[in-house]
Each structure stands twice: as structure tokens, then as C-alpha cells.
Design a protein around this ligand. Structure first.
Ligand SMILES: Nc1ncnc2c1ncn2[C@@H]1O[C@H](COP(=O)(O)OP(=O)(O)OP(=O)(O)O)[C@@H](O)[C@H]1O
Ligand SMILES: O=c1[nH]c(=O)c2[nH+]cn([C@@H]3O[C@H](COP(=O)(O)O)[C@@H](O)[C@H]3O)c2[nH]1
Ligand SMILES: NC(=O)CC[C@H](N)C(=O)O
Ligand SMILES: [Mg+2]
Length: 510
């Protein structure tokens, strides 16, 4: 495996993806990880990520420089390279010429990191304002751009490497080859990591963590918690109880449908708990998105804990948390990444919890979870369900939530999904849903003036929810959706289509 040390780059999850696409397992960790912890993970290589800080600034993130003496190959990217150069005795300064975006990189050699790349000069993608000025002893320059003489460095004896550009982004076309040279040639990794091997390791790890204690799992009917259920069930069988919570924020007929399909496809203990009033009462009068999320996170936990008390020996709560949930909710590993929104299952968790967490998917992305689901034989319908957020319709009825407004949204959402399914777009879209806006507009229906709600339709394509684009749905399909919603859903007289990408917008509106 490979360890990626997180210095706060926007791209470190991309580094992880690239490594795993090359079928090598990796984990992202905090710079605060100790040398002993690193050794215990027995990595074949270490990658130091980029980051927003300048190495010469006060409180810039650092990791134990002892990593350079372990005999394990290290690749520093951008800030990671600057850190390596700085602690080993070179000098990094604010560069006169900053580089953002495209640059032309010329490699000084055709072996090592650049093995198998026929051209010496290649496009690369840069994002830095600092640059190395002098190198530590034993290091040599192995590539430059016009503005940056020290754009790639190596200490061949110690197998330490640094790149000022970002090999992990798609705009560095040879980046994948460079990373694979590091993984396979320099670190000696083998491309052997598969979802089946991940499943075996995860099952063993769950057994070790849980022992003979019992686990409850928040089961939502989404692919993440279903796959989590399959893994845990493999590990501990009937010591697992799944809890589905009707929080009053579900789509139309969701619980009835799931009662049938979950019991049919997941042959395990499942309890369905009705808790609508608890959630809706606590949310009454609350308009702020972050407050809604925190309230929902807390009540989920109350419900889970109450259910846990009904079973003896429950010590663990399992959730289908994925890596992107963590990245956006909290500074993941003590790293300096900004909080965007508190996903109910991460940042929304209360500080004091009696149950300990089991989250076997927390380093995976959704497409990896789907592959894993397929490998575990999960039903196709469940594997390909569009994600639905735990806070549900609460973050799609903008502003204050009432039961009436939830009903309006439910009806509209049902029409929308029906049309999306009929059109064959359901699986092509990451998500498609309706949002009820907190403003009204004037219309005319049957010669009468109306003053009613506006409903927004959101449909996006995405690979992992970290970035997304609005879907170019056919105008006729949008027309049908709008027409049906306005005709069939009482209380809506206008439908608009959301054409914002993420970033700068997010997928959900709250
Ligand atoms: N209604 C619910 N009842 C019980 N647990 C839930 C419910 N909604 C969400 N959860 C818990 O919160 C976790 C995160 O929700 P999230 O929506 O990200 O995942 P998911 O529902 O499993 O999959 P998907 O992202 O495809 O919807 C779930 O994996 C599950 O453990
Ligand atoms: O389980 C969840 N709990 C939450 O609190 C939550 N908030 C957003 N989402 C889902 O995460 C993905 C990214 O959403 P955003 O672009 O809105 O941040 C999208 O797929 C969202 O539907 C959530 N899922
Ligand atoms: N992307 C990065 O890692 C940037 C590193 C450093 N902040 C610079 O500007 O050079
Ligand atoms: Mg969900």
C-alpha cells in the first residue's frame, strides 16, 4: 500500500484515485501521523500532497522528517516537494514568476519517473507561487519549465523525488505514467488491488474491530449502506441488526417500497423505525441549512441509540460513510481543508456518542462502492440507485420546513423521477431531483391569477460528487417534466432548471 500525506491540497483525493486506478491500495493520512504509525502500515511508498501553505510561513503543516530516513521511496508533489526540500536543507522562496495552469515541462532524463515517455517535453499543470531555489545535498534537477528551473528533483540513492507540477490532474497527460513509474518501478508495488481483495480485507478488519459484540447499521436503501451491510453481515452474521429510519423526509412511498426490496435483496435482520414526528418537530421553524443538518444528525443518533438499547451488547454503529462525505464535512485528517457542509453522518454527529463507529467504506468513492457492490452480488437496482442524502427532503425544501411543503415537493419529485426513468436517463445521471424554493411567483391558470411556489429541477452528471456538471437534458424532456408538475402538483405554478456546475455551486441547494 501507499500512504498519501495530506497537506491540504484540493487534489489529494485525485492522487488517491489515480493510485487506485493503477490497482494499488492507498490511504490518505494526516501529517500528524507518527513514524511508528507509518511503519505499522508498512507502506511501499509515501506521497506528500500539495497544499495551500507556503513552507516558510508560520504554522505551515509538517510531518516527521524521519520519513526520509525509512528507506521507503517518497514522492513530494508541489507543497510536498517544497517541504522535502526545505527540511532536508534546501531553500524555498516566493517565486518572482508564479505559474497557474498549463506549463511546458522538459524532463532531463528518460528513466526513473519519466521512463517510457518518448517525448522529453510535455504539457503539465502547475499551481504554485513558491519555488525551490537551492537543493539539499544529494539532490539533482531532473526537469524544468520556462519559469521554474527546479520543477522536478530526485535523490536517486535515497529514492526521494519531487514534482512541482501536479501529475494527478487530467491536464497533465503523462501524469498517470509518471505516477505508475513511481508505484511500480520505484516502490515495487504490483497492480493487484481489486474490489474482491478489498472486501476480504474489510471483512477481516471488521471482525477484528468488533469481536463478539453487536453492531447496528443505519440502513437507508442507498448503495453505500447496503454495501456496508453486506460486508458486516459477512463478517459477523446475525450479530448485525440494520435500522431503517423513516425521518419524515423521505420520497413518496419510499419506506413501503424499501420494506419489500431490502428484505428481498439483503437477507439480514432489518428493523423499520417510524420517527417522523421526532424529526419534523425538532425542525419546525428552522431555516438555516447547517442547523437543519446538525439537528437531523443528532436525532438520527438518538434514534440509533434508543434502538441499540433494545438489543443486548451493542457497542457499534455502522454507517455507509464515503470519502467525499468526510472531505466536505470536516477537515479530514486534521488537515487544513475548508468545511463546505456538514453531512449528517459526519459533521452532523453529536460530539459525545456512546456507540463506536464502524465505517468500512470511508476511504472509497461512490464508483468504487458500486464496483464493490457488484463484486458482492448486490442487486443491480440497488447498485445503481441515485444517491439520496440522509437529511432527505429537509435540504430540498429551502427555508422553513412544513409537512405541507414536504408533500408538495414529494409529489413533484415523484413526477420528475418517473419521467427521468421513462426517458432512460436515470442511470446516466448522478442525481436528478426537485427543490422547492421559498419564494412565490405569479401565474395564470384557467383564467385565474395564481400566486404559488416555484420548483427547481436539478439534474447533474458526476463521477464522485466532488465536482459535477448540470445535465444537458433534452428540451422536450424538460418540457414534459415542467408541464406535468405544474398540471399535477397543486401549489406549483412555475418550474425552472438549475444550470450551475459544482464548483462553484454544490449539488444540493442547502
Ligand atoms: N433513513 C435512514 N435510516 C437509517 N440510516 C440512514 C438513513 N439515511 C441515511 N442513513 C445513514 O447515513 C449514511 C450516509 O447516507 P448517504 O445517503 O451518504 O449513503 P447511502 O444512503 O447509504 O447511499 P447513497 O449515497 O447512495 O444515498 C448511510 O450510509 C446510512 O448509514
Ligand atoms: O448522506 C448524506 N448526508 C448529507 O448530509 C448530505 N449532504 C449532501 N449529500 C450528498 O452528497 C453529494 C454532494 O452534495 P453537495 O454537492 O450538495 O455537497 C450529493 O450526492 C448529495 O446528495 C449528503 N448525503
Ligand atoms: N499547490 C501547492 O501545493 C502550492 C504550494 C505553495 N503554496 C505554492 O504556492 O507554491
Ligand atoms: Mg442516501
Amino acid at each position: 500500500m501507499i500512504i498519501i500525506i495530506d497537506f491540504g491540497s484540493q487534489y489529494n483525493q485525485l492522487i488517491a484515485r489515480r493510485v487506485r486506478e493503477s490497482r494499488v491500495y492507498c490511504q490518505i493520512t494526516a501529517p500528524t501521523l507518527t513514524l511508528d504509525e507509518i511503519k505499522a502500515l508498512r507502506p511501499e511508498g509515501i506521497i506528500l500532497s500539495g497544499g495551500p501553505s507556503s513552507i516558510y510561513a508560520e504554522n505551515s503543516p509538517r510531518t516527521d522528517p524521519g520519513i526520509f530516513e525509512l528507506g521507503i521511496p517518497v514522492l513530494g508533489i508541489c507543497y510536498g516537494m517544497q517541504f522535502m526540500i526545505d527540511v532536508l536543507g534546501g531553500k524555498v522562496r516566493g517565486a518572482g514568476k508564479r505559474e497557474y495552469g498549463f506549463a511546458e515541462f522538459t524532463a532531463g532524463q528518460s528513466e526513473g519517473l519519466f521512463k517510457g515517455i518518448s517525448e522529453r517535453t510535455m504539457p503539465c499543470w502547475m499551481s504554485h507561487g513558491d519555488a525551490a531555489e537551492t537543493l539539499p545535498p544529494g539532490f539533482e534537477i531532473i526537469g524544468s519549465t520556462r519559469n521554474t528551473k527546479i520543477a522536478a528533483v530526485a535523490h536517486p540513492g535515497k529514492r526521494l523525488f519531487g514534482l512541482q507540477f501536479h501529475p494527478e490532474v487530467e491536464h497533465t497527460p503523462k501524469g498517470k505514467r509518471i505516477l505508475e513509474n513511481f508505484l511500480f518501478d520505484i516502490c515495487g508495488c504490483k497492480p493487484e488491488w481489486t474490489m474482491t481483495s478489498f472486501a476480504e480485507e474489510a471483512v477481516a478488519a471488521i471482525r477484528e474491530q468488533v469481536g463478539d459484540k453487536k453492531v447496528i447499521l443505519g440502513l437507508s436503501g442507498g448503495v453505500d449502506s447496503s454495501v456496508t451491510g453486506l460486508l458486516i453481515h459477512r463478517a459477523i452474521g446475525s450479530n448485525l441488526t440494520c435500522i431503517f429510519v423513516d425521518n419524515g423526509l423521505l420520497r413518496k412511498n419510499e419506506m413501503e417500497k424499501l420494506k419489500v426490496s431490502l428484505r428481498q435483496h439483503l437477507r439480514m435482520n432489518i428493523r423499520f423505525v417510524e420517527a417522523s414526528d421526532l424529526f419534523l418537530d425538532a425542525l419546525s421553524g428552522v431555516a438555516d441549512p447547517e442547523r437543519k443538518r446538525k439537528i437531523i444528525g443528532r436525532i438520527f443518533m438518538d434514534v440509533f441509540e434508543a434502538e441499540a438499547r433494545k438489543i443486548t451488547d451493542v457497542e457499534f454503529l455502522a454507517q455507509g460513510t464515503l470519502y467525499p462525505d468526510i472531505i466536505e464535512s470536516v477537515s479530514p485528517f486534521g488537515g487544513p481543508t475548508a468545511v463546505i457542509k456538514s453531512h449528517h453522518n459526519v459533521g452532523g454527529l453529536p460530539e459525545k456518542m456512546q456507540l463506536k463507529l464502524v465505517e468500512p467504506l470511508k476511504f472509497l468513492f461512490k464508483d468504487e462502492v458500486r464496483q464493490l457492490g457488484e463484486a458482492l452480488g448486490l442487486d443491480e437496482e440497488l447498485v445503481w440507485r441515485q444517491p439520496f442524502p440522509g437529511p432527505g427532503l429537509a435540504i430540498r425544501v429551502l427555508g422553513e420546513i412544513t409537512r405541507e411543503r414536504l408533500d408538495v415537493l414529494r409529489e413533484a419529485d415523484a413526477v420528475l423521477l418517473e419521467e427521468i426513468r421513462k426517458s432512460g436517463y436515470y442511470r446516466k445521471l448522478w442525481q436528478s431531483f426537485a427543490v422547492l424554493l421559498p419564494i412565490k411567483s405569479v401565474g395564470v391558470m384557467g383564467d385565474q391569477r395564481t400566486y404559488e411556489n416555484i420548483l427547481a429541477v436539478r439534474a447533474v452528471t458526476s463521477r464522485d460528487a466532488m465536482t459535477a456538471d448540470w445535465a444537458r437534458l433534452p428540451h422536450d424532456l424538460l418540457g414534459t417534466i415542467s408541464n406535468r408538475i405544474i398540471n399535477e402538483v397543486k401549489g406549483v405554478n412555475r418550474v425552472v432548471y438549475d444550470i450551475s456546475s459544482k464548483p462553484p455551486a454544490t449539488i444540493e441547494w442547502e
